[in-house]
Design a protein around this ligand. Structure first.
Ligand SMILES: Cc1cc2nc3c(=O)[nH]c(=O)nc-3n(C[C@H](O)[C@H](O)[C@H](O)COP(=O)(O)O)c2cc1C
Length: 290
C-alpha cells in the first residue's frame, strides 16, 4: 500500500471524498469512515448558521454520469461538526469575509485541512459570488488558523488569475474544480427543471474542463492541487495526477454508484502502480511541459 502527502499531511492513498457527497450528519460520516476508510472526507460546505436547502427538485440527471444540482449550500452550520476517526477536510463558506474567517476559526479544531469554498454557483452572495475577494479572504483566514488552507475554485475563464491571488494570499493549495453553472427548461411548463432556476453541472461531462484547468494551474504555479471533476474510471484519476493533482476527489461517481466505487478505484490504482512498476511521484505532473 502506498501513501502520499498533501500540504504536509500524510494520507493513506490519493482518493478522497469531495464536498457535498457525505451529508453533515456525524453518525453517517462515521459509518462511511468505518466501512470504507477513505483517506479523507471533505465535509459539505458549512456556514456559521444553518442554511435551508433550496426546494426540490435539487438534483437532476443530464446524461450518462452527468448531473446538475442546486442544493444551495443547505447545511446544519459549523456547530454540527463533530470529531471523526477519519481525516476531515472541512469545507467552509459564508457571505462575507468576516463570516468565512469565523467559520474557519471554528472549523480548525476538528479539521485536518480547511477548504474555503469560493466557487459554488448555487446560492446568491455565497460561494462563487465571494471569489473576487479571494486574496483578502485567504489572507485573513491564514492569519487566524494554523491548519493548511485550500481554496476551491470553479471552471471560470479567469481561474488562473484567481488561483494566483489565492496563493498570494497564503493558500497552501487549491481544489479544482467546483461545478459549472447551467440551466435546463421544461418546454411544456416553460419553467426551469431545478427549483432554483440554475444549477451546478457535475460528473463525466465536466472532466475534460477539470483536466485543462488543473493542467494550466499546475503549469503556472506548481502548487498542491486536489483534483475534482468527473472522475469515474482509473484512467480519469491518472489523468488528473499526470496534469499535476496530488489527490483525487470523488463526487458524482459516489452519488451515482455508492461508496463501493472508492474501494474499486483504490484497488485498481494500486494494481496499476505495481503492474507498471511506477511510484506515485512518477505520475504527478508528468504530462505538463514546463
Ligand atoms: C449534490 C452535490 C452537492 C455538492 N455540494 C458541494 C458543497 O457543499 N461544497 C462544495 O465545495 N462543492 C460541492 N459540490 C461540488 C463537488 O464537490 C465537486 O466539486 C463537483 O461535483 C465536481 O466533481 P464531480 O464531477 O466528481 O462530482 C457538490 C456536488 C454535488 C453533485
Amino acid at each position: 500500500m502506498y501513501s502520499t502527502k498533501l500540504a504536509g499531511v500524510n494520507l493513506d492513498d490519493v482518493f478522497i471524498i469531495a464536498s457535498g457527497v457525505v451529508p453533515d450528519v456525524p453518525e453517517y460520516t462515521e459509518r462511511i469512515c468505518n466501512e470504507y476508510r477513505p483517506s479523507a472526507i471533505t465535509t459539505k460546505t458549512l456556514t456559521l448558521n444553518p442554511l435551508k436547502p433550496h426546494d426540490a427538485p435539487t438534483l437532476i440527471k443530464l446524461g450518462d454520469g452527468c448531473y446538475m444540482n442546486a442544493i444551495g449550500l443547505g447545511n446544519h452550520g459549523i456547530n454540527s461538526l463533530k470529531p471523526s476517526k477519519c481525516k476531515l477536510f472541512v469545507s467552509v463558506g459564508g457571505s462575507s469575509k468576516e463570516e468565512i474567517v469565523k467559520v474557519s476559526h471554528e472549523a480548525e479544531r476538528l479539521a485536518t485541512i480547511i477548504e474555503i469554498n469560493l466557487s459554488s454557483p448555487n446560492r446568491r452572495s455565497f460561494g462563487a459570488d465571494m471569489a473576487s475577494q479571494v486574496k483578502e479572504i485567504v489572507k485573513d483566514v491564514r492569519g487566524s488558523v494554523t491548519k493548511p488552507v485550500f481554496v476551491k475554485l470553479g471552471p471560470w475563464d479567469n481561474v488562473l488569475e484567481l488561483a494566483g491571488k489565492a496563493l498570494d494570499g497564503g493558500a497552501d493549495g487549491l481544489t479544482l474544480i467546483n461545478t459549472l453553472k447551467g440551466m435546463r427548461i421544461d418546454v411544456e411548463s416553460r419553467k426551469p427543471l431545478l427549483s432554483y432556476g440554475t444549477g451546478g453541472i457535475s460528473g463525466k461531462c465536466i472532466h475534460p474542463l477539470a483536466v485543462r484547468i488543473i493542467h494550466d494551474v499546475f503549469k503556472e504555479y506548481s502548487t498542491e492541487i486536489i483534483g475534482v471533476g468527473g472522475v469515474f474510471t482509473l484512467y480519469d484519476a491518472i489523468e488528473f495526477l499526470e496534469v499535476g493533482a496530488k489527490v483525487v476527489g470523488l463526487g458524482t461517481l459516489i452519488i451515482e454508484q455508492g461508496f463501493g466505487a472508492l474501494l474499486s478505484l483504490r484497488d485498481e490504482f494500486e494494481s496499476f502502480l505495481v503492474e507498471k512498476g511506477l511510484k506515485l511521484s512518477d505520475l504527478i505532473g508528468s504530462a505538463v511541459r514546463k
